[in-house]
Design a protein around this ligand. Structure first.
Ligand code: GUN
Ligand code: ZN
Length: 443
């Protein structure tokens, strides 16, 4: 006799069974009209058609069942590149990347010198992630070590899967934000010992971008990555044409932008490069070879006028692509709105982005590329139960459109184009119901 699960979630659901880029978008997922996901000790212990799970022995009298109608259960979203210190720069008017950084973003990040301010915005930011159905994040903090420490602490309180770290930047930023490479190296070591593989946290070694690092600093980043090879490396790459030009003015010894990071051993399978819009064929080949990830952040790219990322071209090269908000240049923390922007960006490049690609790059595919698929990203037995229940009727207009759906892909497409934070009916983190019907259950 099986031990009954503590809780079960019932409703329509999808689970990924293949990579849509390989199997084709129509063959990559399984749709259950009436699914049941049985959860025990934070993990999924059974998933499938509700009648089968009900008969499996995992559902007993003591099992609490949450039943969602007019909804779709999907894996919790993974935001593969975002900045928690940038709450104050969401909707900052009128600039492109380099002026936006100087005029808005660096001053906003300086405010995090104040611990209580950093704590306040970390809590606000994480709550906003959850309200949008995001259950795992790959995040920047800023140069102050406490800014990373506080984010890890706040994420640990809600048991959220996170990778983050303190940000190396020793050049061309305001003095109050610059930190010497040696101090940043020591900070990172301290934080790695404290947080790497602590609960659901992992440490990322983060360099803001080549434009704000000296050669000495990049040497230290290299050394740190060699000492801790299983920590992610996370940075920005090739977002804006002025940035690309400046990178090569600062590092003329390298043949292209990616070569700067490569010189310091930073193009690896656990490297995450935000943006990657203006890459040459050769750079794409080298990214495909290393297995590094591009974090595609279309809302940010549109907002800053950075350019049109070519999802099809990059995917055809075999480069891994995850979706990301890049909040605050991306002005919201919604992965659904990110998918909407990705669709519109792809349309302008002559490619119609199928919803299977968009959802995969925000859930199972993102987890696979990050090496997190042993933990999250799908509705599978053994995985941590990070789930989002999407409301099929969050607005009158959406209810009207959803009523006309003929397939699961129609429904996914409507969610990705029309959805936002109002779409989140409920969120489970590691099996715990943390958000339901507009209310956060933080204690
Ligand atoms: N490049 C370097 N820093 C940043 C940042 O904070 N946001 C974005 N979008 N690009 C960057
Ligand atoms: Zn960014």
């Amino acid at each position: 006799m099986l031990k009954p699960a503590r809780r079960a979630v019932r409703g329509a659901a999808i689970k990924f069974i293949a990579d849509p880029w390989i199997a084709g978008p129509e063959n990559c997922l399984q749709y259950f009209e009436d699914a049941m996901i049985a959860i025990d000790d934070g993990k999924i212990v059974a998933v499938g058609d509700a009648r089968e799970v009900l008969a499996s022995g995992y559902i007993g009298e003591s099992t609490w069942i949450d039943h969602y109608r007019d909804a779709l259960i999907v894996p919790g979203f993974i935001d593969s590149h975002t900045h928690y210190p940038q709450v104050d720069v969401a909707a900052a008017y009128g600039e492109k990347l380099l002026d936006w950084l100087n005029n808005y973003t660096f001053p906003a990040e300086i405010k995090l010198r104040d611990h209580s301010y950093a704590d306040k915005i970390a809590r606000l930011f994480l709550a906003e992630c959850i309200r949008n159905g995001t259950t795992s994040i790959v995040a920047f903090s800023t140069s102050y070590p406490h800014s990373a420490d506080i984010l890890f602490q706040e994420a640990a309180k809600i048991n959220m899967r996170i990778t983050a770290g303190t940000v190396f930047m020793d050049s061309f930023v305001p003095d109050k934000l610059a930190r010497s490479a040696v101090a940043a190296y020591d900070d990172a070591k301290f934080l790695i010992n404290k947080w790497h593989n602590n609960g659901r946290a992992q440490y990322s070694i983060i360099d803001r971008f080549a434009l704000t690092s000296s050669r000495e600093e990049l040497e230290m980043v290299k050394q740190l990555k060699e000492e801790y090879p299983d920590c992610f490396f996370h940075t920005h790459l090739s977002e804006n044409t002025d940035e690309c030009k400046r990178a090569l003015e600062l590092f003329p010894e390298h043949r292209d932008y990616l070569a700067i990071y490569e010189h310091y051993g930073l193009n690896q399978s656990n490297s995450i490069f935000a943006h990657g819009i203006h890459l040459s064929d050769d750079e794409l080949n080298r990214l495909a070879k290393s297995g590094a990830i591009i974090a595609h952040s279309p809302s940010s790219n549109n907002f800053l006028g950075s350019g049109l990322f070519d999802f099809k071209r990059v995917s055809d090269y075999g480069v891994k692509v995850n979706f990301a908000t890049d909040f605050g240049a991306g002005n919201n923390l919604s992965m659904l709105k990110t998918m909407d922007s990705a669709y519109k960006t792809a349309q302008l490049n002559g490619f119609s982005l199928h919803p299977a690609y968009a959802f995969y790059a925000s859930t199972a595919g993102a987890a696979k590329n990050l090496g997190w698929d042993k933990w999250v990203g799908n509705l599978e037995v053994g995985l941590e139960a990070d789930l989002v229940v999407l409301d099929n009727r969050p607005t009158t207009l959406m209810a009207w459109r959803v009523a006309q759906c003929r397939s699961i892909f129609d429904l996914l497409f409507i969610h990705m184009i029309m959805g936002d934070d109002r779409s989140t009916r409920a969120v489970y983190i590691n099996g715990r119901l943390i958000y339901v019907d507009g209310s956060l259950q933080l204690v």
